[in-house]
Ligand binder design. Structure first.
Ligand SMILES: *[C@@H]1O[C@H](CO)[C@@H](O)[C@H](O)[C@H]1NC(C)=O
Ligand SMILES: *[C@@H]1O[C@H](CO)[C@@H](O)[C@H](O)[C@H]1NC(C)=O
Length: 330
């Protein structure tokens, strides 16, 4: 089902911060220590996650929990998860893998659903850009993030059946928030994204895809192709799946998320793969002198139909998030 941005925001106000209904929560709050992930087995399917796609070392070699491992904007979670791969992390093949799978009896593959997650790499044990990574993917790869592949190996790229539609440099220390917008009825998938504590905006319109899941093949984690000794660490939080309308606030359910969102979601129906452009600047003429109004961090600063301030407060600059529709001060 579709909602206009206006209706969605009204519904959002009525419902409080959270807009849709969460049908599966991948919060780590119930995991006091990473040993809790080992509670799960095929004969004892407990907790939020199936945990079997990992290497031969103890769980604590691949997973760690800490309050500093979550997106700090996500106040609904007590801690985040660090996920690590190295040469010991092979599972069933020569690929290195560290992946959690939702443990639920819900149908995760009907109607329009939003698959939310946040991911960060902090510069220590960063991802190797010469190796292919599959990140938060489905078995059929109808939607996924990739890193280390063409055309932008140093970018986090959102792909639909191997075709890139959006990308951004995988900047160290920056939390990237995403929601896969999957319409299993229509057979389409789009992408919402933001960084830090900014609300999600739609950065790629839905395109046709072979959307399907058996509700046990959403891979929350990382797969690196070919065995390589270089260790890599990723930080993950904010994992949940909801029905529409989408919750755009990060860490919603918490207090006072500012409602300055929902501007970009009305973008048009361009079908061409919109390559990132996240490093280019907005096509706005910046008058150097006159100190007009400036936009604050994460605020919109350009895009089709936008009439507000196009200059960002220092030290932020206006970046194309989804040219030509949406530009943001980052
Ligand atoms: C895992 O099992 C332990 C011991 O039975 C229990 O204390 C803990 O709450 C369980 N964790 C989860 C997440 O179910
Ligand atoms: C990254 O996080 C780890 C904790 O997992 C910490 O020890 C390290 O100092 C951090 N690196 C940077 C560059 O912040």
């Amino acid at each position: 089902m579709k909602y206009s941005a206006g209706l969605a925001s009204v519904l959002g106000l009525l419902a409080g911060a959270r807009a849709g209904t969460t049908i599966w929560s991948g919060s780590f709050n119930s995991y006091a220590t990473v040993a809790d992930f080992d509670n799960w087995s095929w004969s004892n399917e407990v907790g939020e996650y199936q945990w079997y796609i990992h290497g031969t070392e103890p769980t604590s070699h691949y997973l760690a929990l800490d309050p500093s491992f979550k997106n700090p904007a996500d106040t609904s979670e007590t801690h985040g998860l660090k996920m690590s791969i190295d040469s010991s992390a092979t599972w069933n093949s020569q690929m290195e893998r560290c992946e959690l799978i939702p443990q639920t009896t819900e149908n995760l593959g009907q109607g329009e659903l939003f698959y939310h997650f946040s991911i960060m790499q902090n510069g220590t044990n960063p991802p190797e850009s010469t190796l292919e990574h599959q990140i938060f993917f489905f078995e059929s790869h109808f939607t996924e993030l990739k890193y280390g592949v063409s055309p932008s190996p140093t970018d986090l790229q959102w792909m639909v059946q191997e075709v890139p539609y959006w990308s951004s440099p995988f900047t160290a220390g920056t939390w990237f928030n995403f929601a896969y917008d999957i319409d299993f009825s229509a057979g389409t998938v789009g992408l919402w994204a933001s960084t830090g504590g900014a609300p999600l905006t739609k950065v790629a319109q839905n395109v046709a895809a072979s959307t399907s899941t058996n509700s046990e093949d959403f891979h929350v984690g990382i797969l690196r192709i070919v065995n390589d000794p270089t260790p890599e660490d990723y930080y993950v939080s904010g994992v949940y799946i909801e029905t529409g309308p989408i919750t755009t606030a990060i860490g919603s359910g918490s207090s006072g998320s500012s409602p300055s969102s929902s501007s970009a979601s009305s973008a048009s129906s361009s079908s061409a793969p919109a390559s990132s452009a996240s490093s280019s600047t907005a096509p706005v003429s910046s008058t150097s002198s006159a100190a007009g109004p400036t936009q604050t961090q994460y605020g919109q600063c350009g895009g089709t139909g936008y009439t507000g301030p196009t200059t960002c407060a220092s030290p932020f600059t206006c970046k194309a998030i989804s040219a030509p529709y949406y530009y943001q001060c980052l």
